[in-house]
Design a protein. Structure first.
Length: 287
């Protein structure tokens, strides 16, 4: 629980605040960018919620903070915000919220699918999410984009008897991976395409759904255009850029849905051009 005595000085006056235990994971402004800002390696409340929608987004951020660093002195009821999770992105794709400190607050996603539901990366283990996933029909597959985002995936897999999908190069000793990706070629599973994208880690994977929803883990995100985390690359940055270039063939991508960094919907058909722009910027920066 956030503590008023640890309240950061950057917060605006009012009941809502972030305290000094914030780890700067960006989960809060990913969910409520109008409410939260970032400065000096931390986040803060830049605007107290005024509308019903703003309050719901603030409370979703509070619930999703992996370190419980967000507080509300007004003690307003929060059940409505909890019941909104997982929260609809578009069609049958949802983001889970309730992020885990074990994945540094990475976002995870849920897909309601007639052939069996998918969980992409893992939220923290909570009784609420267990019951919600049961109500939604369980979890047939749990897709892990890379080793940083495992969090509680294997606990969920045990409960729901899910098949865990992960690349061999990121599957550490003792992990029970049911569908182990061993090669660097794309694999089709019905409406899903598993795409090896080494770079951020050696075994990083992206998942493409319906040709339009691209789940990128920490491989790619959107902020003033497509971006990569050059300062947080644990394997090979040049390899990561090559992996990004390989994504150009998926011309119908509309949604960029990362673990960290901004999510964004783009116009269909512009994805390859956006990649070219990003790579040109990187090459001019690092030449």
């Amino acid at each position: 629980m956030a503590q008023q005595k640890k309240r950061l000085p950057y917060n605006v006056d009012g009941p809502c605040f972030v305290d000094s235990t914030c780890i700067d994971c960006s989960s809060c402004d990913w969910i409520a960018p109008d409410i939260f800002g970032a400065q000096d390696g931390t986040h803060y409340v830049k605007k107290n919620p005024e509308t019903v929608q703003e309050l719901e987004r603030f409370q979703m951020s509070l619930l999703s903070c992996p370190t419980n660093s967000i507080g509300d002195q007004s003690k307003r009821p929060i059940r409505k915000a909890l019941d909104s999770l997982p929260h609809l992105v578009e069609e049958d794709v949802y983001f889970c919220g309730l992020t885990s400190h074990r994945s540094f607050g990475a976002q995870s996603y849920f897909i309601k699918h007639p052939d069996g539901n998918w969980l992409i990366d893992s939220p923290k283990m909570t009784p609420y999410l267990i019951e919600r996933f049961k109500e939604l029909g369980g979890l047939k597959y749990i897709f892990i984009s890379h080793q940083d985002n495992v969090a509680d995936a294997f606990h969920y897999a045990e409960i729901f008897k899910s098949s865990v999908i992960m690349h061999l190069n990121d599957a550490g000793a003792g992990l029970k991976v049911d569908i182990c990706i061993k090669k660097d070629v794309a694999i089709e599973m019905g409406e899903f395409t598993i795409i090896p994208t080494p770079g951020h880690t050696q075994g990083s994977l992206c998942l493409l759904y319906k040709g339009k929803f691209l789940f990128t883990g920490d491989h790619l995100y959107f902020e003033n255009g497509l971006n990569v985390f050059s300062e947080y690359c644990w394997f090979d940055f040049e390899e990561q850029i090559l992996s990004v270039e390989k994504l150009k063939k998926y011309t119908e991508v509309e949604w960029i849905l990362p673990g960290h960094g901004g999510k964004h919907k783009i116009e269909r058909g512009v994805f390859p051009h956006a990649i070219d722009q990003m790579i040109a910027t990187i090459k001019s920066t690092y030449k």
